[in-house]
Design a protein around this ligand. Structure first.
Ligand SMILES: [Mg+2]
Length: 267
């Protein structure tokens, strides 16, 4: 059977607090050994993901960036995606063209200096700079009333933009999700439907669509976050929850599903 793995990063492959993936090393080595593609899927930008993708040894795989708003193609340097007509540049042009009474209700990364991004995200300055190099979507904060939000979103609809409230930010994009990108990539990978078994791993609400769209979904335990609601796939056993948190749970799940029997863990 051939597999492809789609994984969230923070709280999933990376420890929620330390950002370490060390406990997942045995499973990562197994993926390398069996030449199974690992597709990183995160809210991070292409500039944030590219160095990690290289460090993990999966630069030959595409990555899903900015929560699914875009793709970093296999082997690509994010600099090659920078262009005056990127989704992000088009998005910012739409924002700048908005009537003032709507525009003043939203402030996003593109309105902040690197110092402000660092202060708001808690990232060190060098990481904040990479988080600010956006290509596909604009996270920010909406400050208006419910009624103003309705008018803001009605205006967005006329431009093709969509807004999504995440755990931390209100994000504008042209609407693609992690699950949309996953579905496209699976279609690219498989000559016939069902030829590839997709395993998706995630810990938070923005991973639910991806977990539900995969052949196998793995909810990674994250004691620091709010637990995900019961998903329908759990009844059929198509979606499972790990006992161990973060990268340790990730390691257990990968070994359980694709590990040879001598490597299988007790998870
Ligand atoms: Mg996460």
């Amino acid at each position: 059977m051939s597999f492809v793995i789609f994984t969230d990063l923070d709280g999933t492959l990376l420890d929620h607090a330390s950002y370490s993936y060390a406990p997942a090393r045995p499973a990562l080595a197994l993926l390398h050994k069996r030449a199974i593609p690992l597709i990183l899927a995160s809210s991070k930008t292409a500039f944030e993901i590219a160095p990690l993708r290289t460090e993990l040894g999966f630069a030959h795989c595409p990555a899903i960036v900015e929560n699914g708003a875009g793709l970093l193609p296999a082997g690509a340097d994010p600099e090659s995606l920078v262009s005056a007509d990127s989704d992000y540049q088009r998005l910012r042009a739409i924002l700048q063209g908005m009537p003032d009474e709507l525009r003043r209700l939203f402030v996003g990364f593109g309105d902040w200096s690197v110092k402000e991004i660092a202060a708001r995200t808690g990232l060190p300055m060098d990481k904040a700079a990479l988080a600010g190099r956006r290509l596909f979507s604009e996270p920010g904060v909406f400050t208006g009333t419910v009624d103003e939000k309705r008018r803001f979103e009605t205006y967005l609809e006329t431009t093709g933009l969509k807004a999504r409230q995440g755990g931390r930010y209100y994000t504008l994009s042209f609407g693609a999700t992690k699950a949309d990108q996953m579905t496209r990539l699976i279609a690219d990978l498989s000559d016939e439907p069902g030829a590839v078994t997709a395993i998706a791993l995630g810990d938070a609400a923005n991973d639910i669509e991806m977990l539900e769209a995969a052949d196998i979904g793995v909810i990674i335990s994250n004691p620091a976050g709010s637990p995900l609601p019961h998903l329908s796939g759990e009844d059929a056993g198509r979606i499972i929850r790990t006992r161990a948190a973060g990268p340790a749970g990730w390691n257990d799940a990968i070994l359980k599903f694709i590990g040879p029997s001598d490597l299988q863990s007790q998870a």
